[in-house]
Design a protein around this ligand. Structure first.
Ligand code: FAD
Length: 297
């Protein structure tokens, strides 16, 4: 078994497979959680990227099962990560995915960091899982067409001395999001909608325009201009209906995919990695059908 990508999806998939006794190798171009899983806002949200009524229009009554699937994944996540903010949660994303990777490694998965896969043919495995979300490009053209990269940018302030926000917040339909860390820094992301074309990119870079908006919002939130100590961006994968693609790639033998969470993969990635692994283990869960790649490929 080979898995490409060691974010939440790849690690979740590796853990389920290794727990079942399969020989699993995870290839990661950078480090565990080096992609969006270690760069995100840390919101652990139930459901999908689109609101319930929109998903219901797509899936009908099965939307309720999708929500229940993520309730279950959220419960699992709560067991691994510090979580707060009922009825949703918040996590330190990189830390929790590293914990997931440790569990997968302890179960027997081999995780190879700094090991970019340049072509699928180079993987010596009967079954391959692409768990590459927004970093999905160059391996399979058909997938590149269905999952478009989008960039999110973040700033972190110096420790603010005071607690301004006891819990995480988001606004403007989740475009902007912020929370304070235990050492009272403000972590703030968003404003990608103010430059939609520029931010529809796989280039992992920060830009002056979005960074200036984030800084100005930080000033507004705390009533002074705090020093910015960290800046970064990350890439996530977006599908047309904002539901992930998870399952067997149509037309390919033994090639699986789990990506395209459309900016909502902390909980859904955990669920989809596990769903794909269960299908490989010949115990497919009915919820996997919601994400059938065939609908978009
Ligand atoms: C700024 C930002 C804020 C976000 N906020 C939230 C949030 O608050 N809540 C939420 O639920 N979601 C959020 N998201 C989305 C969330 O981070 C992702 O949906 C989730 O992390 C996807 O996990 P993944 O494991 O599928 O992909 P990733 O974590 O992106 O992992 C994919 C991995 O694949 C590796 N890879 C790619 N190609 C290759 C290759 N050829 N060979 C080897 N390795 C390869 C990459 O290096 C990467 O590490 C945010 C995303 C960003 C960027």
């Amino acid at each position: 078994m080979a898995i490409v990508g060691a974010g939440v999806t790849g690690c979740s998939c590796a853990l389920t497979l290794a727990d079942a006794g399969l020989r699993v190798r995870v290839h990661e171009a950078r480090e565990v959680a080096g992609g969006a899983s270690g760069r995100n806002g840390g919101f652990a949200l139930r459901g999908a990227a689109a609101p319930y009524d929109v998903v219901r229009a797509e899936l009908g009554e099965r939307a309720a099962s999708l929500w229940r699937l993520t309730e279950g994944a959220l419960e699992r996540l709560a067991g691994l990560a510090g979580i707060f903010h009922p009825p949703d949660g918040s996590i330190q994303p990189a830390r929790w995915v590293r914990r997931l990777a440790v569990q997968a490694a302890e179960a027997g998965a081999e995780i190879r960091e700094h090991d970019p896969v340049t072509a699928l043919e180079e993987l010596d495995a009967d079954q391959v899982v692409l768990a590459t979300d927004g970093y999905t490009h160059g391996l399979l053209e058909m997938l590149d067409r269905a999952v478009k990269p989008a960039r999110g940018q973040v700033v972190v302030t110096e420790p603010l001395g005071d607690e301004y926000f006891a819990c995480p917040h988001y606004s403007r339909h989740r475009y902007d999001y912020w929370q304070q860390t235990p050492d009272l820094r403000l972590v703030l992301g968003g404003f990608r909608d103010t430059a939609p074309e520029e931010e529809s990119t796989a280039e992992e870079a920060t830009t002056p325009g979005i960074q200036a908006r984030l800084e100005s919002f930080a000033r507004e939130l705390v009533g002074r201009a705090p020093k910015i100590t960290h800046r970064w961006s990350g890439i996530f994968g977006v599908t047309e209906d904002r539901l992930p693609l998870a399952g067997l790639m149509p037309g390919y033998d033994g090639l699986w995919v789990a990506c395209g969470y459309s900016g909502h993969g902390n909980v859904l990635g955990l669920a989809c990695g596990d769903l794909v692994a269960s299908a490989i283990l010949a115990r497919p869960a009915p919820e996997l059908q919601f994400f059938d790649p065939e609908r978009r490929l």
